[in-house]
Design a protein. Structure first.
Length: 298
């Protein structure tokens, strides 16, 4: 055997080191995974317990509530019959939420596109000024906004409430849409313009489908904020027929000589929570992708 053949056989000789049995790695994975599952299960129970307790309590018989004889929907009936009725308050909340989502999506879409794709004097200063709204406490601006809305005839108006909530949603929404557009290569815009699209055409036909996860995230946050907001309706609304559901539930708590109606309050919390839970479960995949927008940029 020549020296070259010996060298070749030495190089291509297989590695005969024993591999660990498969069951050992599986057992180790199970053993080390037990603390993870125990911790996450305990954490989930901690967060879910108040929701489960509220749902059960809204149906269970409790003295001093509208449900005193067996399990049933007496508390929900009391909630439905309060003043103008639950359907009026649900309609008010839905109107404010839908208008807030529409305004937030439209303004943040155009603003995020402008900040991400165009250069103009004072661009960064204007963007920082928009984000600075987050540094101002929410409640401190409601009184000046009340005066402004009263001057233009939108005080005690659901439209005024939607405008106020939209203003406080814009900093986060603008930031989300800017990083969503910046995560998309500019070559997509250029290719669309070569094919004859204008800047508007490139936005609506090419970029809009690409930033859909960011839009879903912005819209979901806007809806959750508007649906659950209490401070803005409390300051701006003084007509009981125009109250939103959170404000109606808060007023329902002490309707009889200051005695808290816990059963009706818990029923109101369940009604408030259900749309939020359903929307989050339906849009969860897009919501997570929206938060990941820009994470792997460049």
């Amino acid at each position: 055997m020549t020296q070259s053949q010996t060298l070749t056989r030495t190089i291509v000789a297989p590695n005969h080191q024993p591999t660990p049995p498969r069951y050992r790695s599986t057992a180790a994975r199970v053993i080390f995974g037990i603390p993870y599952w125990v911790f996450t299960t305990a954490l989930a129970l901690i967060f879910l317990y108040p929701l489960i307790w509220t749902g059960v309590s809204s149906l269970s018989p409790v003295a001093g509530t509208s449900q005193t004889d067996g399990w049933g929907f007496g508390n929900y009936a009391a909630l439905g019959e309060y003043q103008a009725g639950i359907w009026v308050y649900l309609g008010n909340s839905l109107f404010v939420s839908v208008l807030t989502v529409a305004l937030t999506l439209f303004i943040s879409l155009l603003g995020g596109y402008a900040f991400a794709r165009f250069s103009f004097p004072g661009k960064n200063a204007l963007f920082l000024l928009t984000l600075a709204i987050l540094m101002v406490p929410y409640a401190t601006l409601l009184i000046p906004l009340y005066v402004i809305l009263n001057a233009i005839g939108l005080q005690n108006s659901l439209v005024g409430v939607a405008l106020v909530i939209t203003m406080f949603q814009l900093p986060f929404s603008m930031f989300m849409m800017r990083i969503s557009f910046e995560s998309i290569p500019k070559e997509m815009d250029e290719a669309a313009m070569v094919d004859g699209c204008s800047s508007w055409g490139a936005l609506w036909r090419v970029l809009l489908p690409a930033v859909k996860p960011g839009l879903v995230t912005v819209g979901l946050f806007a809806f959750l904020t508007a649906w659950n907001d209490f401070m803005a309706p409390l300051i701006l609304i003084n007509d009981t027929n125009r109250m939103t559901l959170p404000l109606a539930v808060a007023n329902l708590r002490g309707q009889v000589q200051g005695v808290v109606d816990y059963g009706a309050t818990e029923a109101g919390v369940v009604v408030l929570a259900l749309p939020c839970i359903l929307l989050f479960l339906i849009l969860q995949r897009h919501y997570v992708r929206g938060f990941m927008s820009g994470a792997f940029k460049g």
